[in-house]
Design a protein around this ligand. Structure first.
Ligand code: PBG
Length: 328
C-alpha cells in the first residue's frame, strides 16, 4: 500500500450508506440506554417540565404506562427520581418504605417484570434545604451523619425490588456504607451503580426544575467535583470500586468525554455516562429555533458518548432515540 494520495482515498468506504454502516467503529442500540423518570404523588398526574420538552413528572399510574412505552421501544432500563409532597430537614420521605420511589418500584416490577429499574439514591429531592445530605449547625453538608440515611434509602429501594441503586450524592464513603447495609439485609445481589465522577455542573439546571431540588442556599461545589479536574475523577472512581461499586458513572457526559475515556481505560467494570438535563434541553432549544436537526444532533451526541467509552448512557432521549434507531 502506498503512503498516500492518489492511491489512498479515505472516501471510498464512505460512499454509500451500506459501507458506512459496515465500517462503523461504534454502534448505538436501544439496549445502551437508561431512561430517567420523575415520580410524583397522586394519580392521573402528568406535569410537563417546561425546560425539558417531552419530559413529565408522573404519578405512579402514569409512570407505569410511560415506562411500558419506553420498554416497548426496546429500552431495557429506567432510573427513578422521586418528588415527595413534603420535605423535611432529614429527607425522611427518601427512606420511607411507603415513599414515592419504593411505591413506584413495586408498581413497575409488578406490572413490567422484565423492566430493569434503577433507583437514584440522594437526599436532595427530600430535604427542605435541597442539599444532598444533612446540614451541620453551621449549614455545611455533613458527610458522616448522612451516610446511614443514604444506606437506609438504598436498602428501602432494594427491598421494594430495585434492580440497582445509584447513589448520586457524592458523600465520601457512601458506596461502602450502602454495600454493608445491603449485605446485612440479605440484599447482596443488588448492584451499586455509583455516580463516581459527578461534577458540580451548570448543566443540571433543568433537572432541578423537574426534581424540584434546587438548593435553598449556596451550591453543591463543596461536595460535587470541580470541572477542571480529571485526575481527581480517576481517584473518585478507584475509591468507589474499592468500596464495592459494580458500575461507575461519569456525569455530565458531553462536556466530560475525556473523563469517560480515561475512566474506560482505567477500569474493567462497566462505565455509564449521564447525558444530563442541560445537554438534552440545549439540543431541543436549538432545534426549536430551527438551528439544528433534533434527530441528527441527538443521535450524534449519543454516539459521541459511546465513542468516548461509555457502555451505557442515561439519557432523556432514550425512547425517541430507540425509535429512531429502529427506523434506521
Ligand atoms: C442529584 C441528582 C442530580 C441529577 C441527578 N441526580 C442533580 C444535582 O446534583 O443537582 C442531575 C440530572 C440531570 O441534570 O439530568 N440527586
Amino acid at each position: 500500500m502506498s503512503s498516500g494520495f492518489p492511491d489512498r482515498r479515505m472516501r471510498r468506504l464512505r460512499r454509500t450508506e451500506v459501507w458506512r454502516k459496515m465500517v462503523a467503529e461504534t454502534r448505538l442500540a436501544p439496549e445502551d440506554f437508561v431512561y430517567p423518570m420523575f415520580a410524583v404523588e397522586g394519580s392521573g398526574v402528568r406535569n410537563d417540565v417546561k425546560s425539558m420538552p417531552g419530559v413529565q413528572q408522573l404519578s405512579v399510574d402514569c409512570l407505569v404506562d410511560a415506562a411500558g412505552a419506553v420498554h416497548a421501544a426496546g429500552v431495557p432500563s429506567v432510573i427513578l427520581f422521586g418528588i415527595p409532597s413534603e420535605k423535611d430537614a432529614h429527607g425522611s420521605h427518601g427512606y420511607d418504605p411507603e415513599g414515592i420511589v419504593p411505591t413506584a418500584i413495586r408498581a413497575l416490577k409488578e406490572q413490567i417484570p422484565t423492566l430493569n429499574v434503577w433507583a437514584d439514591v440522594c437526599l436532595c429531592e427530600y430535604t427542605e434545604h435541597g442539599h444532598c445530605g444533612l446540614l451541620t449547625s453551621e449549614g455545611e453538608v455533613d458527610n458522616d451523619t448522612t451516610l446511614p440515611l443514604l444506606a437506609k434509602a438504598a436498602r428501602v429501594y432494594a427491598e421494594a425490588g430495585a434492580d440497582a441503586v445509584a447513589p448520586s450524592d457524592m458523600m465520601d464513603g457512601r458506596v461502602r456504607a450502602i454495600r454493608d447495609e445491603l449485605d446485612g439485609a440479605n440484599l447482596g445481589h443488588v448492584p451499586i451503580v455509583s455516580y463516581a465522577a459527578k461534577y458540580a455542573s451548570a448543566f443540571y439546571g433543568p433537572f432541578r426544575d423537574a426534581a424540584e431540588s434546587t438548593p435553598a442556599f449556596g451550591d453543591r461545589r463543596g461536595y460535587q467535583m470541580d470541572p477542571p479536574n480529571a485526575r481527581e475523577a480517576l481517584a473518585e472512581v478507584a475509591l468507589d470500586i474499592e468500596e464495592g461499586a459494580d458500575m461507575v458513572m461519569v456525569k455530565p457526559a458531553g462536556p466530560y468525554l475525556d473523563i469517560i475515556r480515561a475512566v474506560r481505560e482505567m477500569v474493567s467494570v462497566p462505565v455509564s455516562a449521564y447525558q444530563v438535563s442541560g445537554e438534552f434541553s440545549m439540543i431541543h432549544a436549538a432545534a426549536q429555533n430551527g438551528w439544528l436537526d433534533l434527530r441528527r444532533a441527538a443521535l450524534e451526541s449519543l454516539i459521541g458518548i459511546r465513542r468516548a467509552g461509555a457502555d451505557l448512557i442515561l439519557t432523556y432521549f432514550a425512547k425517541e432515540a430507540a425509535e429512531w434507531l429502529k427506523e434506521g
